[in-house]
Design a protein around this ligand. Structure first.
Ligand code: BGC
Length: 893
């Protein structure tokens, strides 16, 4: 039996529409019941119709048989494609023995607009409004238009976007995703969405409806009030109708539309929503609605920035949660516990008189007196108000353009007795598909793992934000770089970070500095200092460096070379900027974050900054190598060596003590290869000594935390790493869990028994940065790792760290090639290790057992290519398939 082709992806997505890359990249996964399977050749056919594809006619492209084991990122190399074109494709492969597979199932991709500036015919609409009279939280606009459709429509594509958030309806049905068009620096770039609406249209009368909210464009962003990018939202859409007779018709936003205010009084990401159902007009998104009292829309100036197809996955409701309990308070309100700190909103079911107002108030914690803890929200208002229309059948409400971070919901003004059915939690985030699962024999660590994934759900909404609840919710680059590897295990974040890297490079300063937050907001009014300041610091070490670390990680985990190519010039500018600012290779740190929110320790900023500078230079030399820029590679290697010398000269003393003597200085120096020979050993001793001196506690902040356990493991201290992970007393990862945490907290001391709540201004209960320990759980506990030589998990390294008092550990991870599993179990003096390697990948499996005679290969022996024992470890080279190894293992008492 040969290979079977399973999933076909174009630009990381199954059957995407609206791509604007001229040569999309194709990839496929394969399965086989046999072990050691590889691809030796492929043939791709791309056709302009499904019929031609079925006849194997690649009128757009027929790659011919290509001898290659490449099964991802194969660039389309056929005829130039047109805007809106649908391309049908399939692939066939040959295995390592030359046996062909069947053709795959058919897949397709659809192009977006290739010259959007010329092709965008639609106007930009808002309802008429007098901005001077408009309240700070803008009133959302309602826009509609009917149009007649003749018969013989073959295909109907909508290209739509807005400055602001928009909800698009066609004939009564919502047809777009949430929080579209997503957040970008609107001064520079705006994403449009491509939606195939062929099945939503009727012959005869049809109707479009749009609700247009302020969104990130004109609503509250960060901690600095509203209207960062502009003061008037605008929606723009064009429907392209391809008729069977070969003609094309357009329906656009134009002066034939009608506009009105409606039941939405305001709806703001950070300030909540007010919806007055007494002002509802039913049927407004359908034909036949009487809009005679609606007015003509205002036609606004056309968007002049860059219009691009949306690259990242859309935001959706990804899960619903029922509350775990409800209690009536003395005030006559109801407090629900969702049992999980979550992000999104609640849907309300209510029956009552017209005009009655119900408020849903959201918070992450309760105070000791049982009321909502809202102090950490700063100026954000996590309240939705619903004014009933008085339907005797009852009514349902959920908000439109807002989201909240919460575990508790207080229902105020509810007519009647609320029960568990009254509200439903809607979990909302970017639809990054889940790729990883982790489980072990330690319950609190499993909860920690769950909290890490909830931190990701809660903060991956169009951009990776720091927190989802207070008036901040910004794309902090430092948080993103330290968490990206963990994020990439949990979910497929390829498209998400491809888009975010555009945000980062859009926000690059003229000096070359990468920003602390992306997207950028330019000059803004700070309420706190009462002046207009540039939001971005020039660069903070560990933050701006994300501009190099993120693309590199994308290369490592997805084998994505294109992002390196595309971002290389920006990275070079950043390096030039760092180099120019450094004095004798010591990088000054202009910011003041340091090892942000570290505890019981201080790490000097210039040590952090210089360490990151060296790391950047190292990554740049590797990146230049990958791209074939040999001279640059050599230059950056030289630079790295010079920085390393300067680092040692300036910060390291005779005994190998690094300035600051904190855990983080040693962690960064070791992780970024800044020490050699004896100094390395000294640093390891200082680090472990410091941990022990803190009675087995960490002192790291955002930057140190992600590398702490990997560094310990890399230097022979797995057991100490386990001890830290299992530490339950403050400060530790598990301490918050003993206090009931269901997400990762911003601070080690967000809540402690001895002090209660931490400082309210920086006390998010849903911040993923300290959850970057997830990487160690997958990469070391379960031992699933990528290799730089064959990135994207084409060649894997499986090296589980067996021990730590665990009985078992297991992780599953869906790579581009398919599912990887690694699990181990200790029982009756034996350790059993189970490994799965996907087709067309290979692995080096490293087991802590000496001598091959001690290892029983209980499954997969025939596919093992080589076993080599090296001291206390055995290294096994294997191809695809399932393997089981058993070897004696005694647990020390
Ligand atoms: C954010 C962090 C961010 C930091 C920079 C905070 O306000 O919440 O996550 O990285 O500022 O120091």
């Amino acid at each position: 039996m040969s290979l079977r082709i399973q999933t076909l992806k174009t630009e990381y997505a199954e059957n995407p529409v609206g791509l604007d890359v001229p040569n999309p990249r194709l990839g496929w996964t394969m399965v086989s019941p046999h072990r050691g399977k590889k691809q030796s050749a492929y043939r791709i056919i791309v056709s302009s119709t499904r019929e031609q594809l079925d006849r194997h006619e690649g009128d757009l492209w027929d790659s011919g048989i290509v001898r290659s084991d490449v099964s991802h990122h194969v660039e389309y190399a056929g005829k130039p494609l047109q805007s809106g074109q649908i391309c049908h494709w399939k692939v066939r492969v040959w295995d390592e023995q030359g046996a062909p597979s069947e053709w795959s199932e058919a897949a397709y991709w659809g192009m977006g607009l290739l010259s959007p500036r010329e092709e965008w015919a639609a106007e930009w609409l808002d309802m008429p409004r007098d901005l001077a009279a408009e309240p700070e939280l803008l009133r959302p606009a309602y826009l509609r238009r009917t149009f007649r459709l003749r018969s013989g429509i073959r295909r109907a594509l909508v290209f739509a976007t807005a400055l602001g958030d928009y909800a698009l309806f066609l004939n009564g049905q919502r047809v777009n995703d949430l929080f579209a068009p997503g957040w970008t620096d609107y001064a520079k770039r705006l994403q449009y969405q491509t939606i195939d609406v062929t099945d939503f249209l009727n012959e005869g009368e049809n109707a479009f409806g749009i609700i247009l909210g302020a969104g990130w464009y004109a609503g509250t962003v960060g901690m600095s009030g509203t209207r960062w990018y502009g003061s008037r939202p605008a929606a723009s859409l064009q429907l392209v109708l391809d008729c069977a007779d070969g003609t094309r018709e357009l329906v656009c936003t134009d002066d034939k539309w009608k506009a009105s205010a409606g039941p939405l009084v305001y709806s703001d990401h950070i300030m909540g929503e007010c919806y007055d159902a007494t002002r509802e007009f039913s049927g407004w998104t359908e034909p036949g609605f009487d809009d005679s009292d609606w007015s003509a829309p205002d036609i606004l100036p056309r968007y002049t920035g860059e219009l691009v197809a949306q690259i990242d996955p859309p935001v959706n409701i990804m899960m619903t949660l029922k509350p775990r309990s409800v209690t009536r308070t003395d005030r006559g309100t109801f407090i629900f516990d969702m049992g999980q700190n979550m992000v999104g909103w609640t849907e309300l079911k209510v029956k009552g008189p017209a005009g009655a107002k119900v408020t849903l108030s959201h918070a992450e914690m309760l105070k000791p007196d049982g009321t909502l803890y809202i102090e950490n929200l700063r100026d954000a208002v996590q309240q939705d108000h619903y004014i009933l229309r008085g339907d005797p059948e009852g009514e349902r409400y959920e908000p439109h353009f807002t989201f909240h971070g919460f575990r508790y919901v207080e229902l105020i003004g509810y007519p009647g007795e609320a029960d568990l059915d009254t509200i439903t939690g809607k979990v909302v985030h970017s639809a990054t598909p889940r790729t990883g699962y982790f489980e072990c024999s330690h319950d609190l660590i499993n909860r920690l793992y769950s909290n890490i994934t909830w931190g990701q759900r809660g903060n991956f909404l169009s951009v990776p934000t720091d927190c989802p609840q207070r008036d901040e919710r910004l794309g902090w680059t430092g948080d993103a770089q330290i968490f990206i590897r963990t994020a990439s295990y949990n979910m497929d974040v390829a498209r998400f970070f491809t888009k975010y890297m555009d945000d980062v490079t859009d926000a690059q300063l003229e000096t070359g500095a990468f920003p602390d937050v992306a997207p950028d907001g330019g000059w803004i009014w700070f309420k706190t200092t009462k002046k207009a300041e540039r939001w971005l610091a020039p660069d903070n070490a560990g933050w701006g460096d994300a501009g190099i670390i993120i693309p590199w990680t994308m290369y490592l985990v997805y084998g994505d070379k294109r992002i390196l190519e595309r971002k290389y010039p920006a990275m070079v500018r950043f390096m030039d900027y760092l180099h120019a600012g450094a004095v004798d290779y010591i990088r000054p740190d202009y910011g003041d974050y340091g090892d942000w929110l570290s505890i019981n320790s201080v790490t000097p900023n210039e040590v952090v900054a210089t360490a990151y500078f060296a790391y950047d230079a190292q990554l740049m030399s590797r990146i230049a190598d990958v791209l074939g820029y040999t001279e640059d590679a050599a230059r950056y290697r030289e630079l790295f060596l010079s920085i390393r010398d300067a680092f040692n000269r300036t910060f390291v003393d005779e005994e190998g003590r690094i300035k600051g003597n904190s855990q983080t200085v040693y962690i960064l120096a070791l992780r970024f290869n800044l020490l050699t020979g004896e100094r390395k050993e000294q640093a390891v001793r200082h680090l472990t000594g410091d941990i022990i001196a803190h009675d087995n506690h960490l002192t790291t902040g955002f930057l140190g935390v992600g590398h702490l356990l990997p560094v310990l493991s890399d230097h022979g201290h797995d057991e100490l790493a386990y001890t830290l992970l299992k530490q339950e007393t403050f400060p530790s990862w598990l301490y918050p869990i003993t206090q009931g945490a269901t997400t990762i907290w911003e601070r080690w001391d967000s809540w402690t028994e001895h002090k209660g709540f931490g400082p309210a201004r920086t006390n998010s209960m849903n911040h993923y940065a300290l959850g970057s320990v997830g990487e160690w759980m997958y990469r070391y506990m379960a031992g699933i790792d990528a290799s730089v030589e064959q990135p994207g998990y084409k060649h894997l390294r499986i090296a589980p760290r067996i021990g730590g008092g665990m009985d078992n550990v297991r992780a599953e991870y869906e790579t581009l090639y398919g599912q990887v599993c690694s699990g181990w179990q200790i029982k009756d003096g034996c350790c059993t290790v189970d490994v799965t390697i996907p087709v067309n990948a290979t692995a080096e499996i490293v087991l802590p057992a000496s001598g091959r005679e001690n290892i029983t290969v209980a499954a997969g022996a025939e596919a093992i290519r080589q076993i080599a024992a090296d001291g206390e470890r055995t290294v096994i080279h294997a191809g695809s398939g399932d393997y089981r190894f058993i070897f004696p293992y005694s647990v020390n008492p």
